[in-house]
Design a protein around this ligand. Structure first.
Ligand code: FE2
Ligand code: FE2
Length: 277
């Protein structure tokens, strides 16, 4: 079963039709993905008999100028739920945190990425693609704007180049159907954005480059799994991926955030989102 998106609730969550008119298409698409992930987490919590962490009418009344934060801010940094819920105290990470520590204490519930990686695993895709699926949206905990590029940057020093390529460009390929590869343009996008949807120039230019690239299928397969990764009844866990992470994720011995690498600060920001400076 796939997740139904209530169009009215979605439109309301963004601040109403008038606000949506002012957004560009890419912004609308990102908002939709973000909204779908939140709704999925809420639906899974409900299916498991818990109070939904993110009620389905999550941002129902929200309007840009009535919100305390912008839509593009990472989900770690704002209270989830009806829009005025307080943020929760976060569990401390160990001194030398690993990717698994971040998954368990910063990225959870992570239903969407776990579902998409599970599908990649079950359909026999390469380990680079499975890893890319597992990681493709987790940067949304840090920032949501242009999450393909941010996500690729966050992982680039630690994962295979093909996985980085897949994460960076899945954001672009969402808007371009490829029936031969099993990716249909989502009906939802047609309904939400209208049939006149034209991606912004930088996305079109990126698409042209990626379409001709020898690694085109890497991000393409991330989008294929993406379509099937909004199932509120799926039970998923990180366990099946521990070996793949072990084989392909170059865990720095100092811990993520402490290897003095180019993105160490990004990991520290995720570790300590409550730091004032
Ligand atoms: Fe994504
Ligand atoms: Fe996704």
């Amino acid at each position: 079963m796939n997740l139904d998106i209530d169009r009215r609730a979605f439109v309301a969550s963004l601040g109403g039709a008038a606000v949506i008119k002012l957004m560009d298409h890419e912004g609308r698409a990102d908002a939709l993905e973000d909204y779908s992930i939140e709704k999925l987490d809420a639906a899974v919590a409900q299916a498991q008999g818990q109070q939904p962490a993110f009620p389905t009418v999550a941002e129902l009344e929200a309007q840009i100028e009535t919100r305390h934060s912008r839509r593009g801010v990472g989900s770690l940094f704002v209270g989830q739920g009806l829009g005025n819920e307080n943020v929760k105290r976060l569990e401390a990470l160990p001194e030398k945190p690993t990717l698994l520590d971040f998954f368990q204490k910063r990225f959870m519930p992570a239903n969407h990425v776990l579902q998409s990686a599970t599908r990649a695993l079950k359909t026999g895709m390469s380990e680079e693609i499975i890893l890319a699926c597992l990681l493709h949206d987790v940067v949304q905990n840090l920032i949501k704007v242009d999450h393909g590029w941010w996500g690729a940057q966050l992982f680039e020093p630690y994962i295979p180049v093909k996985s980085t390529f897949a994460i960076r460009y899945h954001q672009t390929l969402r808007f371009y159907a490829d029936q031969a590869a099993g990716y249909e343009y989502p009906d939802l996008y047609k309904r939400m954005f209208g049939v006149d949807y034209v991606p912004p120039k930088y996305i079109e230019a990126t698409y042209k480059m990626v379409r001709k690239h020898k690694w085109y299928m890497e991000p393409r397969l991330v989008t294929v799994n993406d379509l099937y990764a909004f199932d509120p009844n799926a039970v998923v866990s990180i366990e099946p991926f521990i070996d793949i992470i072990g084989r392909h994720f170059k865990q720095p011995k100092e811990g993520l955030g402490y290897d003095n690498g180019p993105v160490a600060h990004m990991w520290r920001t995720i570790q300590f989102p409550d730091s004032p400076l």
